[in-house]
Design a protein around this ligand. Sequence first.
Ligand code: IPM
Ligand code: MN
Length: 357
Amino acid sequence: MPKVLVLSGDGIGVEVTEVSLDLLEIVGEKHGIEFEFEKAHFGGSSLDVHGVPVTEEVLAKAKSSDAVLMGAVGGPKWESHEHELKPESGLLALRKELDAFANLRPAVVYPALADASSLKREVVEGTDIMVVRELTGGIYFGKPRGIEDMPEGGQKAYNTLVYSTEEVERIARVAFDIARKRKKRLTSIDKSNVLEVMQFWRDIVSRIQEAEYPDIELDHLYVDNAAMQLIRRPKSFDVILAGNMFGDIISDEAAQLTGSLGMLPSASIGKGAIYEPVHGSAPDIAGQDLANPIASVLTSAMMLKYSLNEDDAAKELEQAVEAVLEKGYRTADIYQEGTKKVGCEEMGSLLKAEINA
Ligand code: IPM
Ligand code: MN
């Protein structure tokens, strides 16, 4: 019986996760998977109830679960909190605690959605990228960090971008292994023209390729150039490898290629596994039945595939998404003239109907 800790979090995280749970129950029944779902407060909702963005109890539960299914965290209510008491710090603590260092963010342009992209159809059609983002190191976690007063007056604030050999090697191997199962091309992103740590990153990735993955075609791009190439020639990318912060930025950009951030799933894998849509809590549309649940549904499919070895059930969710899009149903974020606009709940019902069909 797979144990899944459900942390739907804040804002639209709650609505989209509800849709996912419904669909998981249904595919579970069809495929003989009996999920044991346990829900807990997380992020802002945990701050409201427990005064911290994640409790020790939830971290322990996450560790003893087969997978964590996350919604989204954050919102204006908690934005002015000091660093440790921001909802986002709960997510970072969870990633660290589970050593979920490899964040896989597939950006696939569905044919039915190619016109929903802000780029031309001919530029994006056929795009199929896997962004592999390092998730538990780099500037997000580097020490020293902080804000302090200076003796001469005024203050200074600092963070540290640091990577060890082992951290770069392990994420590079994940990316190379994935490339091996795809088109065998890897683009590693850095800023080695300016930062020592990024030259170090580039050298290690090159060394691993030469020693262990001679069959994979590797190239390196500076992050600024990568940001440009990604919208110029998205189809030419296969697997993209990036550190924590560059990966955060590049994956939002990759998401927009697909039409909307509301479409992108992700899996964060290490000792434990967290499944998290790439989008945020979108407080501006939360609670209005406007959210796109597809990123969450595809995230659930990743959970079925990567943590529970239920490939068939995963496929069923993915196919339901494709079918509903083919039929012209769209949430507001991907809506275009001539398609049928639906809310989050209705999108859920349509997906359900597809699975039951
Ligand atoms: C993401 C988010 C998070 C990140 C935030 C919410 C901490 O933007 O998962 O991409 O920066 O990693
Ligand atoms: Mn992000």
